[in-house]
Design a protein around this ligand. Sequence first.
Ligand code: CTP
Length: 399
Amino acid sequence: MSIKDKTIILGITGGIAAYKAAELTRLLIKAGAKVHIIMTRGAAEFVTPLTFQTLSKNPVHTDLFSLCQEADVGHISLADRADLFVIAPATANIIGKIANGIANDLLTTSVMATKAPVLLAPAMNCNMYENPIVQENMEKLKKYGYCFIDSETGELACGYEGKGRMAEPSDILEEMETILSPKDLKGERILVTAGPTCEAIDPVRFIGNRSSGKMGYALAKMALRRGAGVTLISGPSSLKPPRGVKFISVESAEEMRKAVITNLRDATTVVMAAAVADYTPVKVAFSKIKKSKEPLSLELAKTLDILSEIGQKKSKRLLIGFAAETENLVANAKKKLKEKNLDLIVANNLKEPGAGFGVDTNIVTIMDKNGSVEELPKMSKEDVAWIVLDRMAGLCSRI
Ligand code: CTP
């Protein structure tokens, strides 16, 4: 499912963003990839090969005609062994060379010889980026199946402001994961809700809960990797929405409900991972409530249950709910599965360490409408998300 144990060839070309390739190498190693690095002469002017050798724990290849390096690995064998070839940063020069079939150094020769997918992360001055020749070269490469992770807009090292900054290493890694993932959810349109909802008391206070959004964001990210179209409706969260989702930010349970209803028509599956408030203040004070000697009571009204509402008009859509429990996990979750007319429910015990709100891991039991009960051990929320999507795909194929 991931980049773990995959052989990655990382090509680094001569631009100031070469320093960011060090961070990319570190992330790849952390993710369990085997990284082999090829640097152009220009790249070695910006950052030394020793930096990359230390980070990748492999010799760095710099010269096509070095007898020692060629005897050891050989550029063709390097190209052959790649599961994925990434060039980050990719200068206008390397893009131009590949687009025009020029193979005059180790990097261009290897990329020409590889059968692996190739991902390019362009980085250059904004005027160079806009140059029609560069644009045409990129279009040509895209037509031949080369993948690109688009440059970002912002302040550039050359002092200009514009498009041409290399994508962040974490985004490049995510793009690599996406390229290597199966596209078994292509054609699916998944609506995911995530995070807490905040119910306003007055302009500065709210009733909330401890949900971080991590489970829902992991589901959105894994669904994207597997080729689904994803709409992510999120309550307040500090997490960055995955690149490529349609992102809708909401605050209250009612706002989340409206956003879900508005986006429901397109969805083939709805996954309600959000921790939606069950109660909301009847009145929101217009000004900050001042403290007084008297105790304060708030009158709360029940919110509408979004999942139950869409359960009543689900048609062919798959509905996946979550159950946050502190006792009688299986019984309570089964009741929710039935009452809300769900296909699948993912239950977690909030009292177990390493499960539930805030943490990166989860311990869940997955139950489906056909009576299956599957207890999973503690694992990362991304791994839980992957398995939930597997079970979802299993149910899709039976419809
Ligand atoms: N849910 C919802 N709308 C609400 C409350 C919950 O759509 N107003 C959804 C949640 O997103 C989750 C599922 O219902 O997918 C179960 O939520 P949970 O908080 O576990 O249970 P509740 O139904 O709220 O019941 P209780 O709090 O009593 O356990």
